[in-house]
Design a protein around this ligand. Sequence first.
Ligand SMILES: C[S@@+](CC[C@H](N)C(=O)[O-])C[C@H]1O[C@@H](n2cnc3c(N)ncnc32)[C@H](O)[C@@H]1O
Length: 190
Amino acid sequence: MKARESGMPDESMWSGFFSPDQTLAKLGLTGSCRDAVDLGCGYGTFTIPAARLVRGTVHALDIEADMVAATARKALDAGLSNVRSERRDFLAGGTGLPDAGVDYVMLFNLLHCDQPERLLGETYRVLSPGGRLGIMHWNYDPTTPRGPSIDIRPRPEQCRAWAEQAGFQLVIPQQIDLPPYHYGWVLEKR
Ligand SMILES: C[S@@+](CC[C@H](N)C(=O)[O-])C[C@H]1O[C@@H](n2cnc3c(N)ncnc32)[C@H](O)[C@@H]1O
């Protein structure tokens, strides 16, 4: 089941909202990471810079075939052999990844889905002990140029609470500003 209001605008518009390298650095993804997962990879906006950084594979999962293809094509064009793109509905069927096998999960612009607890539970399962979860979402502000409707858009404290209820602990104690339109959290599976 595709997450509500998770369609994408043109890539040129989408990519203008982000500084992916800076975002990944602020959200605690480092070169010591082995395998990572990008849940709902979209155009691969974060998959590709993550793949340049990590020592292992980035699993790029998305329900939309064109998003998976766009990400795979970008990896090919960039000469990156450590991106594994897969069309998959992870809300219905999970990620298909083994328990505790990855060091980092990117959960970006997706926690407005109907089942955030389920998604966070699956995230917890696939992370290794000490593995990190990076959450990013649109500011709770109806004037942002994109993002889910404000009535389904989670507030930052809500994202943090869901993650803590799933068992995660904050690595960086405060909310991270990702200007101009986003915020983030970095959490860890202890
Ligand atoms: C708003 S976009 C965010 C893309 C990317 N995370 C980013 O921030 O650039 C959400 C993505 O999640 C995908 N998605 C939505 N529901 C999904 C599901 N059930 N399983 C896999 N992918 C899903 C959408 O197709 C879309 O590409």
